[in-house]
Write a protein that binds this ligand. Structure first.
Ligand code: UDP
Ligand code: MG
Length: 309
C-alpha cells in the first residue's frame, strides 16, 4: 500500500468542508483499486466560523480525516507549508476546499505519476468569471515574472498539485519565511506534467482575495524570486549620473559663451524634484528587500498550531 496525503487549507469555509469531503471520497474506488491509502488533512487557518466543528464532525465519520488548527490566520502559504510538514504520504496533493480544484482529476494525475513524472500540476486556461481588470494585471504579473526571474512561474498555475515525497521534501527544505509557493514549485525543479482545465467557479462562500491583497502578494512574489528591481535601482542611478555629467558640461559651456544670466529656476526645480523622486523610489526598492531580509533574520515560526487531531 502507498499513502496519499490530501492537504486542504481552509479559512472560514464552514460551508465547503463537508462538500469537499464528499467530492473527494468519490475517488475511493480508484484508491482501493490502486492500493492507495488516503489521509485528509484539513488545515484550519484560524477560521472564525464553524470550520473546525465541521472538520471534527467528519472526523467522527472517517478516521482518515485530520485537523491542524492555527492560533490565528497565517495565510494560505503558511497553511500549505504546515500541511506539507504534517503529511506522511508517499504522494501529496494540495487542493482548495471550495472545489475550484476538482478532486475528480486525481485519477488522471496519478496516471502521469505512473508514467514517471515527479509532479502533476494544474493550470487554468480561461479566467472566466474573473473581473477583467484582475485578469489583465494577473497576465501582466506573469509576463513580468518571466522577464525578471530565472524561476519558471506558469501563467494561470494553481496550487493544485500532486507530488512525490521526494519533491515534498525538497520544498520543505526551503524554510524561508516569505513563502511564494508558485515560485518554490518552479525553483525545486523535477519533472512536471501540466494539466489544463477550464476555470471552475467557487461553489459556496466568497473568495478571500481582493485586488489589493493580490497586488501585495504579487510584490511579495517578485521580491522572493527576483533581484532585478534592485538592479533597476542601480541602473537608474547610473543613468542619472550620466545625465548630470552631460548637463554640467552644457552649463559650463553656456556660462563661458553667454555669461551668467540668472535664469533657469524652473528647470532647476524640475530636475531636483525628478531626481529626488527617483532617489526615493530606489530607496523604497532597497527598503522592500531589507524588510524581507529583516523578517527572514528574525526566524519567526511560519505558523502556530492551536489544536491537532
Ligand atoms: N485560504 C487560507 N487562508 C487564507 C485565505 C485562503 O487557507 O488566508 C484558503 C481558502 O480557504 C481556500 C484556498 O485558500 O481553500 C483558496 O482561497 P480562495 O478560494 O479564497 O482563493 P481564490 O480561489 O479566489 O484564488
Ligand atoms: Mg477559490
Amino acid at each position: 500500500m502507498s499513502l496519499l496525503s490530501v492537504i486542504v487549507p481552509c479559512y472560514n469555509e464552514e460551508q465547503n468542508v463537508a462538500d469537499f469531503y464528499h467530492e473527494l471520497v468519490k475517488n475511493d474506488a480508484f484508491f482501493r483499486e490502486n492500493e492507495i491509502d488516503m489521509e485528509l488533512l484539513y488545515i484550519d487557518d484560524g477560521s472564525r466560523d464553524k470550520t473546525v466543528e465541521e472538520v471534527k464532525k467528519l472526523r467522527e465519520l472517517d478516521e482518515r480525516v485530520h485537523l491542524v488548527s492555527f492560533s490565528r490566520n497565517f495565510g494560505k502559504e503558511a497553511a500549505m507549508y504546515a500541511g506539507l510538514k504534517k503529511s506522511h504520504g508517499d504522494y501529496v496533493v494540495i487542493m482548495d476546499v471550495d472545489l475550484q480544484d476538482p478532486p475528480s482529476l486525481l485519477p488522471q494525475m496519478f496516471g502521469y505519476l505512473k508514467e514517471g513524472y515527479d509532479s502533476v500540476a494544474t493550470r487554468r486556461v480561461s479566467r472566466k468569471g474573473e473581473p477583467p481588470v484582475r485578469s489583465f494585471f494577473a497576465r501582466l504579473f506573469y509576463r513580468l515574472m518571466k522577464k525578471i526571474s530565472k524561476t519558471e512561474i506558469m501563467d494561470g498555475a494553481r496550487d493544485y498539485r500532486l507530488m512525490t515525497r521526494q519533491m515534498v521534501d525538497a520544498i520543505l527544505a526551503m524554510e524561508e519565511y516569505n513563502r511564494f509557493t508558485k515560485g518554490i514549485f518552479g525553483w525545486v525543479g523535477f519533472q512536471t506534467k501540466w494539466i489544463e482545465y477550464e476555470n471552475v467557479e467557487r461553489v459556496k462562500g466568497e473568495t478571500k482575495w481582493n485586488f489589493w491583497k493580490l497586488f501585495i502578494y504579487s510584490l511579495d512574489g517578485i521580491a522572493a524570486f527576483s533581484t532585478v528591481p534592485l538592479m533597476i535601482a542601480s541602473l537608474m542611478g547610473v543613468l542619472f549620473c550620466l545625465f548630470a555629467f552631460v548637463f554640467i558640461i552644457f552649463i559650463i559651456v553656456r556660462k563661458i559663451l553667454f555669461g551668467d544670466p540668472v535664469a533657469g529656476w524652473p528647470s532647476l526645480v524640475c530636475i531636483i524634484s525628478l531626481a529626488s523622486g527617483v532617489q526615493l523610489f530606489c530607496l523604497g526598492i532597497v527598503g522592500q528587500y531589507l524588510a524581507k531580509t529583516y523578517m527572514e533574520v528574525k526566524k519567526r515560526p511560519i505558523y502556530l498550531v492551536k489544536e491537532e487531531i
